[in-house]
Design a protein around this ligand. Structure first.
Ligand code: MN3
Length: 247
């Protein structure tokens, strides 16, 4: 990733969206693919990333049907919505006049869809075949999780409780907060509410019903247990090492 960047470069390239810090790599990708004049829905600054594994690769924990619908339909919808919002804001600026009153509504649409895109991108990377267990004993993640939560087990219990208790649709998230230089377990309602400005998400657990209902029905906690078996600690470590440079 961008681990060769200095702190100043990293800060300069990070953007904050809906309370979540977006690390430099994704911002750069977005800037390099500026919208063209084609309809906003299918093109624009944001693109649906391919899954980092096959649809069936996380079975039995996440089945192929759930994975395909979730990625190809739901995640794609957030990408489309974010691109639409960007194009609508551009049109509003150009047209001016009464159109300017739509900024509130379209900004809301942008935050919802873009945060949905950002968190799904991290969600796919948060899981891997043969993942789960504890982070490597000598990793920064293991060190900081033990320091800030007491133990890996206490962290897992906290994350699971946060994910189970989300009101409605949302997320359980492990994040690094650079002001106090500490890890936090956060919840997100929908994709964008309850975020903490400046906190960098390191691990994201989707508990919208579409993430588990086909396979686990109403048993959200069973899906959360399954997620624990596929956690990708390499992703956590990579993102944590970048986040540590923010403070
Ligand atoms: Mn989802």
């Amino acid at each position: 990733m961008t681990s060769g960047l200095s702190r100043r470069e990293l800060l300069g390239s990070a953007a904050v969206v809906g309370g979540w810090v977006l690390l430099g790599e994704q911002v750069t990708q977005a800037q390099e693919t500026r919208p063209q004049t084609t309809p906003a829905a299918e093109s624009g600054p944001y693109q649906l990333p391919p899954l980092p594994y096959g649809y069936a690769d996380l079975e039995p924990f996440v089945n192929a049907q759930t994975m395909k619908l979730h990625h190809d339909i739901h995640h794609a919808g957030y990408v489309r919505g974010a691109n639409e919002a960007v194009a609508e804001l551009e049109a509003i600026r150009q047209q001016g006049g009464e159109q300017i009153k739509r900024v509130r509504a379209v900004t809301d649409k942008l935050a919802f869809n873009l945060c949905g895109h950002i968190l799904h991108d991290l969600f796919w990377k948060s899981m891997t075949r043969n993942g789960g267990g504890d982070p490597p004993a000598d990793s920064q993640a293991a060190r900081l999780i033990k320091r800030d939560f007491g133990s890996i087990e206490a962290f897992r219990a906290h994350l699971a409780a946060a994910a189970v208790q989300v009101h409605g649709s949302g997320w359980g998230i492990l994040a690094y907060e650079p002001l106090a230089r500490r890890l936090l377990v956060l919840q997100a309602e929908k994709h964008e509410n309850m975020g903490v400005w400046g906190a960098v998400p390191l691990l994201a657990l989707d508990v919208w019903e579409h993430a588990y209902y086909l396979q686990y029905q109403n048993k959200r906690s069973d899906f959360i247990k399954a997620f624990m078996e596929v956690i990708n600690w390499n992703t956590v470590e990579e993102r944590l090492e970048l986040a540590l440079k923010l403070a």
